[in-house]
Ligand binder design. Sequence first.
Ligand code: S3P
Length: 426
Amino acid sequence: MIIKRAKGLSGEVSIPGDKSISHRSIMLGSLAKGDTEVYGFLQGADCLSSIRCFSQMGIDIENDKEKVIIHGKGLHGLSKPTDELDVGNSGTTIRLMSGILAAQDFSVNVTGDASIRKRPMERVMKPLRMMGADIKSVNDNGCAPLFINGSKLKGIHYDSPVASAQVKSSILLAGLYADGETSVTEPYVSRNHTELMLKDFGSKIVTNDKTATVFPTEELYARRIDVPGDISSAAYFIAAGLIIAGSCVTIKNVGINPTRDGIIEVCRMMGADIVVDEIDNGSAEPIADITVKTSSLKGCTIGGELIPRLIDEIPAIAVMACFAEGQTVIKDAAELKVKETNRIDTIVNNLKAMGADVIATDDGMIINGGKELHGAEIDSKLDHRIAMSFAVAGLNADGETNIIGSECVDISFPGFYDILNSIIVK
Ligand code: S3P
């Protein structure tokens, strides 16, 4: 994909459904009794991997794009798949599903693509083993492929060393089947979509500050789910609208769950012209239309509890920081190293290729803004968020930017380039 400087961005965009909520809708819908209808489901490759895995375990899932219907079979309704389960590129599928698989009455092998087979799984295997799970890394390297032999589980309390919703959710989902209560305490609160959806599906779940506790559950009940737009996908339009001269962009129906809205806080810290117009949808997952206009940004420091609230938006925020006056420090974000790629490296190396003043640190990066960027060859390493963030950078750079592996945006945002094109001022 070749990207050239844009004169400005103008108009309204609708973005695809939230990836995290879409995954969870398939998992809880499969484990619930009855039909769960999902509107706004993200048709990205990652969420289609979740559909494929649960279909392989005997769940009938209809996907006509407009809506997804999951014919759930109850908590004990999954059956042993005939083949191994392949999660593709999806960390959410493998980690959350492992918690469910740990409690089934069958054994299964789970694998994924080259990126997944390098990502740490010990972070979920350890607490699941404490619950009595029989789960191992087939190559004994802490990564997929995994062999999971379903067992009887017991409730635990787990003090998680990382603020990770995938770890927390894996344990809570296993906890549905455990005897006794299961709780997870995190260093900072991570996204709480599992907790909110479990409550909606009728499970007893209590949250208190950084701890979530689930109680053994007899039944989950099917329901309708309206998936909000993904703030992680909105991030590219927020960043582009703020940095490209002559822009005004409205992004419709964006999920603004407070455990996910860190980018809005950062925009405000940077002095951005951003208006968040909340829409009353009566749901535990709030939504808003977000409007951004070209702004003079200033650098800021991003760390601590903010990090889990914007972890997936850091590539887009790093691009914004290049156009801000002064220094932006991103710290406490070592988790970036274990995403689809080592995002500290992929962000810093590609920004340097475009002429930015940026250095990698152990737990983030330091960006000195204000240097003009020029086009370059960007190696996305097939990381969807890197491809999209650098497409945005390319729109505000001299010359041509060539995104290698640009098609990987389909992981979380099919149609990304078309939507971006539709608002470029001609
Ligand atoms: C996700 C949690 C986050 C996030 C990922 C989706 C989820 O990962 O980066 O894209 O849906 O639970 P971690 O739990 O590893 O932080």
